[in-house]
Design a protein around this ligand. Structure first.
Ligand code: ASP
Length: 394
C-alpha cells in the first residue's frame, strides 16, 4: 500500500496542556524589526515582492494582499482561490476578510462563487460600501459590479479529486459504479479491518485511474478523499511607522456543505487588526476558532500585556478548554495563529507541532530577511487525520 497516513501520535501526545509548552519557545516581549510581514507557510514565495513594496512606502493592507493574491491565483494551491477543492456539490466557494489598521476599517465576503481574488473583493466591500460583510450571490454580483471577472474556479485537478470523493462514497449513495459493475463485490462478514482498508484503497485507485487522475498525484488525491483537507492563507503586515493590517482568504473545508462559512471571513476569528495593538490571523479548524473568536482574543491579550506568543497560547488553551482537555477529540483538530504586534514582535503558534515530522506548521516572515520558522506548539505531537480511520495500515 503506497499512501502515507499521518503518523499515529500514540507516543507523542501529552495528556495535559500544561505539559505541552515547549521550553524553547521564544516569547518576544521586546519589539521586533519593522517593516515586517508574517503569513502562513504557503505565502513564502510571495513575500519578497510584498516586502519591497512595503519598504518603499506601500500600504500595509496592500502589502498583505499582495502576498495572499499569490495562492489565490495559483491553480495548484487546492485550499485558496482558483483550484480550491469544491464543496460537496462540486462548486468552489471562497471566504475572505481584511482589516486596515490605519483607517480602522474592515471588509469581508463569505461563500463567494466564480470570483478568484476574494481578498480584493473584501477590500472593495470595505472601500466601496457602507457594510462590512457580503455573502453568496450578493457578494458575487457586487464583485462583478466592481469589475472583477467571473471565471470558472474549478480546475480539472480539483474536479477529479471531488469526483473521486463522490464516487468513493457510492456505497452510501448513487454516485460511482453500482452493483452491476463487474468489479462490485458484496462485503464479506468478518473481514479484518486492515484487509477492508486494502480493498477500499484498491477500489479508490481503480476509480482514480478511471477518472484519469495522473498516477503522479493519485496517492495525494486519495489522501484528500479519505481525509478532507483544510488550508488557508493569512497575512499581517506592519510598516516602519507601526501601521498594521491583516487579511485571510480560503476555499475552506473540502466538500463542505454548500453555504458553510468558516472562520476565515469572520472579523475577530480568521483575522483581527487593531491599530493600537497589532494583528492576528488563523488557519485550521474554523469551527473551533469561531467559538473562541481567536484572532480578536489574541489581539486583546496583547493589549493587556501578553507577548504575541503568550497571547496565542492562551487562545489555543481556550480551544482545549472547550473540549475539557479530551485528547481523544483534540487529536483530530488543529489551529495555527500568525501574530504580529505593532512594534514588530511576532509569533507563530499552533495546537500541535504539525501534520507529521515532515510537515511541521510554519510561519513565514520577512523583516529584511525572508524565512520560514516552525511554530511553537501548545502540545507536542501531530494532529490526526479526520475522520478517524480505525485499522488503516501505514
Ligand atoms: N480555517 C479554514 C476554514 O475553516 C480552513 C483552514 O484554515 O484550513 O475554512
Amino acid at each position: 500500500m503506497s499512501f502515507s497516513r499521518r503518523d499515529f501520535l500514540t507516543t507523542a501526545v501529552v495528556g495535559s496542556v500544561s505539559l505541552g509548552l515547549q521550553p524553547e519557545a521564544s516569547a518576544q516581549s521586546g519589539g521586533g524589526k519593522r517593516p515586517i510581514i508574517v503569513c502562513a507557510g504557503n505565502g513564502y514565495d510571495y513575500l519578497e515582492e510584498a516586502y519591497t513594496f512595503l519598504k518603499n512606502g506601500g500600504d500595509t493592507l496592500d502589502a498583505a494582499l499582495k502576498v495572499v493574491k499569490g495562492p489565490e491565483d495559483d491553480p495548484n494551491e487546492t485550499s485558496v482561490g482558483l483550484g480550491g477543492i469544491p464543496n460537496e456539490e462540486g462548486v468552489v466557494e471562497l471566504d475572505a476578510c481584511c482589516m486596515h489598521g490605519p483607517t480602522r476599517r474592515a471588509g469581508s465576503v463569505g461563500g463567494v462563487r466564480n470570483i478568484k481574488n476574494v481578498s480584493l473583493v473584501a477590500k472593495a466591500v470595505m472601500e466601496h460600501t457602507g457594510h462590512v460583510m457580503l455573502v453568496g450571490e450578493g457578494a458575487e454580483r457586487f464583485a462583478v459590479a466592481m469589475g472583477f471577472p467571473r471565471e470558472n474556479l474549478l480546475t480539472e485537478k480539483a474536479r477529479k479529486i471531488w469526483l473521486l470523493w463522490k464516487e468513493y462514497h457510492s456505497i452510501g449513495d448513487w454516485w460511482g459504479p453500482g452493483i452491476s459493475d463487474p468489479k462490485w463485490n458484496a462485503p464479506v462478514k468478518g473481514t479484518p479491518q486492515a484487509q477492508l482498508w486494502q480493498i477500499k484503497y484498491q477500489r479508490l485507485e481503480e476509480i482514480a485511474a478511471n477518472l484519469g487522475i495522473d498516477p503522479e498525484w493519485r496517492a495525494s488525491a486519495i489522501h484528500k478523499v479519505l481525509f478532507p483537507p483544510t488550508g488557508t492563507i493569512h497575512c499581517s503586515a506592519a510598516n516602519e511607522k507601526g501601521e498594521v493590517s491583516g487579511c485571510t482568504t480560503t476555499s475552506g473545508l473540502a466538500y463542505k456543505l454548500p453555504g458553510r462559512v468558516g472562520d476565515s471571513p469572520i472579523i475577530g476569528a480568521g483575522c483581527y487588526t487593531d491599530q493600537d495593538v497589532g494583528s492576528a490571523g488563523a488557519t485550521g479548524s474554523g469551527e473551533e476558532n469561531i467559538k473562541i473568536a481567536g484572532a480578536h482574543t489574541i489581539v486583546e491579550n496583547m493589549r493587556h500585556g501578553m507577548s504575541p506568543q503568550e497571547a496565542g497560547m492562551d487562545a489555543l488553551k481556550r480551544i482545549v478548554r472547550n473540549y475539557n482537555n479530551d485528547m481523544s477529540k483534540l487529536q483530530y483538530m488543529d489551529m495555527t495563529y500568525y501574530i504580529l504586534r505593532k512594534d514588530g514582535a511576532y509569533a507563530g503558534v499552533s495546537l500541535w507541532d504539525g501534520y507529521s515530522e515532515h510537515e511541521p506548521h510554519k510561519i513565514a516572515v520577512h523583516d529584511g530577511t525572508r524565512r520560514a520558522e516552525k511554530t511553537v506548539a501548545l502540545m507536542k505531537g501531530y494532529s490526526q487525520d479526520y475522520p478517524p480511520a480505525l485499522g488503516l495500515p501505514k
